[in-house]
Structure formats: C-alpha cells, structure tokens
Design a protein around this ligand. Structure first.
Ligand SMILES: *[C@@H]1O[C@H](CO)[C@@H](O)[C@H](O)[C@H]1NC(C)=O
Length: 279
C-alpha cells in the first residue's frame, strides 16, 4: 500500500510539474492504471541502447518540413499494438519495422510476429529486454514469421519455448531481411522517405509514462530504463522540431499510441540508436 501511495504522490507531482511549466512543449496526464501505471511502465522497458555517439544533426531544406508515413503510404502502416507486461519493445520495434517496410515495398504480409523474436531469438533476453545489433542480426540470419502464424502470447511476461509449428499446425515460414544498418542522425529522414519507418531506441526518464500530447523533452532527471519504438516521420509543432514515433503501449496512451519527441538534439539518445532492415 505504501508503495502505491508514494507512486501516486510522485505521479501527481510530475504531471503538475510538466503542466504548470509555461515553457513545456508537452502535456502530461495521469493515466488510468489499465492503460499504464508505474509497475506496467517499468515492465515495458526492455531495451539496451547503442553507445555509438550521435552525429550532430543538420537541419536541411532538401527534405520536406514534415513527413508522416501514414499519409505517404495510406493503409500500409500497420496499427499500434500493445506489448503489455513484457519488456519486448525491441521485438515489437523490429517486427513493425519489417512489417511496414514489406507493405511499403508491395510485399506485405500484415503484422509480423514479435513473439517469434521473443521466443526464438536466443541472442536477446525475451521479456527481459533486447538490443538492436544482435536482434537485427538474428532477423537477418533467421528471418521473422507473421503474427498470424505466431500470435503474441507473452503479454503476461510468460515466454513459451520457440515453437516448431505455426499456431494452427502449419509450417513456420520466415522472411529474412537482406541486410540491416545503423543510421546516423543525418541519414534517418532520407531512409524513411525511401523505404518507410525505422526502429529506434532511447533512454526513458520517469516523466515519459505521463506523456499525453505535444513534443516530449524530459523534465525529470531520473532514468527509468531503455525503450524501443518506430520513427514514422517528423515535423515542427509551435516552432519545435520533432520526430513522430509509434509506441507499442496500445492506442489509448499518448496521441493515439504515438508520441512526438524533440528532433535535432539527440534528446534521450533518440538519434544514436536508429536501425533499419532492408526488405
Ligand atoms: C495456418 O497458418 C498459416 C500462417 O498464418 C497460413 O498461411 C495457413 O493458411 C493456415 N492454414 C490453415 C489450414 O488455416
């Protein structure tokens, strides 16, 4: 009980701190616990971010001022999902990046399977987290199957053994990516324009849980962990440049499951851990 009391007082103070600051570029809210609470927030962070230093970001006028993959490729960007109480963000980020890119390339198979990576990629730690270099290497060498073949079942944190058949008993068919690469700050935009969303990791601070809308920039200096998401575009809101990101915490969190984060300043390391696979 005491823990929950502390956690709720803490939440109230963070939400007020963000919303009462006239310089704040984002709005915070205390969510219903069914959407997110402290324990759920911590359980979902499962990503180790790359320590490759970020290149200085250069604002360019040869790329559009704003870009949203959903407008660029209508119906091809797969919907927001929910990893629930498992640190499988890394698997969702890769599955969604591959899924969207297959759709964009006209080879769409619908949602790809984060469960395949959670259960089968032995170079990462399932619900306890993952890292892009080994997980993309795994996806390149072994491939990833569809969500229809292996639906997500690790929302409770339970991880079944790597299955030998699809859920319906048919053969597992995996799609390999041809290659994968790390992108520097200045390669992200051209890569998205050319082929679709990219996967990215960042350091999460305690206030991120309460993000509702606007351009996120951390205000609370306490780190909570690492998280992986998709960058699907960028833009400028009230003179603040941002990356447009798709999270995997369901569509009732943030801006219908999405969030914006400050662009150009390597905010929370968002520009130093960007990877993509070539489908
Ligand atoms: C079983 O699932 C696979 C993969 O989703 C699918 O291709 C196949 O058509 C399904 N088979 C049957 C008999 O439903």
């Amino acid at each position: 009980m005491f823990f929950f009391f502390i956690a709720s007082v803490f939440a109230e103070s963070i939400v007020e701190q963000v919303n009462n600051d006239p310089t704040s570029t984002w709005v915070a809210v205390e969510y219903h616990p069914s959407i997110i609470n402290h324990a759920r927030f911590i359980a979902r962070l499962g990503h180790t971010i790359s320590q490759i230093p970020a290149e200085e970001y250069i604002y360019r006028n040869d790329v559009p001022e704003s870009f949203d993959s959903r407008d660029q490729w209508p119906g091809k960007i797969l919907p927001v999902r929910n990893q629930q109480q498992c640190g499988s963000c890394w698997a969702f980020a890769i599955a969604e990046c591959v899924g969207d890119r297959l759709e964009v390339a006209g080879k769409g198979q619908g949602d790809m399977s984060p469960q395949d990576l959670v259960s089968c990629d032995k170079t990462d730690q399932a619900c306890n987290g993952g890292e892009f270099d080994p997980a993309w290497t795994w996806t390149r060498d072994n491939g990833i199957t569809t969500d229809q073949c292996l639906p997500y079942v690790s929302g409770s944190g339970r991880v079944p053994q790597c299955p030998t058949k699809c859920q319906n008993g048919s053969e597992i068919i995996r799609t390999k990516v041809n290659s994968y690469k790390h992108l520097t700050s200045n390669e992200i935009q051209e890569e998205i324009i050319a082929h679709g969303p990219v996967s990215a990791g960042f350091t999460v601070y305690m206030d991120f849980q309460f993000y509702r809308s606007g351009v996120y920039k951390h205000k609370v200096p306490i780190k909570a962990g690492g998280h992986a998401i998709l960058i699907i575009g960028w833009g400028v809101e009230k003179n603040t440049p941002y990356w447009l990101c798709q999270n995997s915490w369901g569509n009732t969190w943030g801006e219908k499951g999405h969030f914006k984060i400050l662009r150009g300043k390597n905010e929370c390391g968002i520009e130093q851990d960007v990877y993509t696979g070539m489908v």
